[in-house]
Design a protein around this ligand. Structure first.
Ligand code: 2IT
Length: 461
């Protein structure tokens, strides 16, 4: 109604997703992931946005889709054979409307500005959902950790920080880990930061070791938070996770936390997967196998087959297949963007799956999301489901700033509360006439409105 009135009185004064997309596609050709992430948000918020003429007057959306600034730098390092190597490093400070820049560092051979712009954009709304004052950022490099020795990882991380340190600071921009960058890499980067900056403030990075400023439960937080969110989503739909079969893609830090909490809540994780194929675990993953995921990650081999080799009587490895081919109730993509295609969504449904909570950032392709939503499969997007990771980074920042350390119980309680609040925000903004919830719309509108309002209140900067 408001939208109609507004468009009648100001026929040219409202945001159209297609116009902004055409502009961005022409200006940044080929940046596919970035276009995909922006389109999803704009489509979700268009109607709400257009009922706020003050947003359009201040060009909020046009400003919000552009990063505040992008740092690009060369990273030179030497491999174990003495050969000189170089990569490209980036830090994208996307939006600081609600707090200092915050977001992870991704080390992966496919890293491009487009990938980091999509991640920084998503991070801005995700961070807004956490209820904590954090702006959005992302960084990384096209460095490929696969097959690298520990010494090579250290030399690369040090060389990366040699440039990055000038862009960051505990009240300015606080990186953390992401794909290919875990506790070990944060440690090497933190050591180098102190050396360069002569600053011993622990708050400059999150995901640190628990004896040197890291929060207890930060490693588990993304996976744990995802399962807390899933539990709320299921409860609202009159369901329970206990006894359910769960398929999880990936075997890194996020998949590890998800396996641990899903198992603890009584679900049966019947598959994990990697770039090489899928590991079926008919009896459900157990504690020993979950611990072994950490060994697999530290090995830098990037092969899920290692699980089947280690536990041959419990696991069956099949090369070239995805986790989505294994029958389950609940699918939890925990690996990489666009890892779940429409054909995977169809196969999941055919095999009895009725819920998909996206844990990886933009893990599902738009066609897959449409298929889930049109076929009555419960679906929630990564920026809501996986926000427990960055939320716990926010809790780490609070502990660092006040020089205290909370117990696991305290952190877990706060994480629970935050995930419940994110779920509530999704319901509030995403509830449909029939009482069901469009979690994509809910998460996007809730995050967007908070950032938009803050930008408006802070003037034209
Ligand atoms: O995608 C993400 O939210 C992260 N990689 C975590 C970021 C953070 O600052 O903890």
């Amino acid at each position: 109604m408001l939208f109609l009135q507004h468009s009648v009185f100001n026929p040219y004064c409202y945001m159209k997703t297609e116009e902004i997309m055409s502009y961005l596609e022409a200006k940044y050709p080929g940046e596919k992931e970035y276009h995909q992430a922006v389109r999803e948000v704009l489509e979700s918020v268009e109607e709400t946005y257009n009922s706020h003429p003050e947003f359009e007057k201040n060009k909020i959306v046009e400003r919000m889709v552009e990063p505040d600034r992008i740092f690009t730098f060369r990273v030179t390092w030497v491999d174990d054979s003495g050969e000189v190597r170089h990569n490209t490093g980036y830090r994208i400070q996307f939006n600081s409307a609600i707090g200092p820049y915050k977001g992870g560092i991704r080390f992966h051979k496919a890293v491009t500005p487009s990938m980091l712009k999509f991640l920084g954009f998503e991070q801005t709304f995700k961070n807004a959902l956490t209820t904590l004052p954090m702006g959005g950022a992302k960084g990384g490099s096209d460095f490929d950790p696969v097959g690298k020795s520990d010494a090579e990882i250290m030399r690369f991380c040090q060389a990366f920080m040699l440039e990055l340190w000038q862009c960051i600071g505990p009240d300015q921009d606080i990186p953390a880990g992401d794909v290919g960058c875990g506790g070990r890499e944060i440690g090497y980067m933190y050591g180098m930061y102190k050396k360069l900056a002569r600053e011993y403030n622990t708050g400059v990075l999150t995901g640190k070791g628990s004896t040197w400023g890291g929060s207890i439960l930060r490693p588990e937080a993304t996976g744990f938070g995802a399962l807390y969110f899933t539990s709320h989503l299921l409860a609202r739909a009159g369901q329970d996770i206990k006894g359910r079969k769960v398929c999880i893609s990936g075997f890194g830090n996020v998949a590890w936390g998800a396996c641990k909490k899903a198992t603890e809540l009584g679900a049966k994780v019947v598959a994990i997967s990697g770039p090489d194929g899928v590991c079926e675990i008919p009896g459900g993953i157990n504690g020993e196998m979950i611990d072994y995921m950490l060994v697999m990650r530290a090995s830098n081999r990037n092969k899920v087959q290692d699980m089947a080799d280690k536990f041959p009587s419990e696991c069956k490895f099949t090369a070239g297949r995805k986790a989505w081919s294994v029958p389950c109730d609940i699918a939890l993509p925990c690996a990489f963007q666009n890892e779940l295609a429409e054909e995977d969504a169809r196969e999941l449904k055919k095999n009895g799956c009725w819920c998909c909570c996206e844990v990886s950032n933009m893990g599902c392709q738009p066609g897959a999301i449409r298929f889930f939503q049109n076929n009555g499969i419960l679906f929630a997007p990564g920026k809501a489901v996986n926000a427990g990771g960055v939320a716990t980074s926010g809790l780490e920042m609070t502990q660092n700033a006040t020089h205290i350390s909370w117990s696991a119980r305290e952190v877990d309680e706060k994480l629970h509360f935050i995930m419940e609040s994110i779920h509530e925000q999704c319901v509030k903004f995403g509830i449909r006439k029939d009482g069901s919830v469009d979690y994509v719309k809910g998460a996007n509108i809730a995050g967007f409105m908070k950032v938009a309002q803050a930008m408006l209140e802070q003037g034209l900067v």
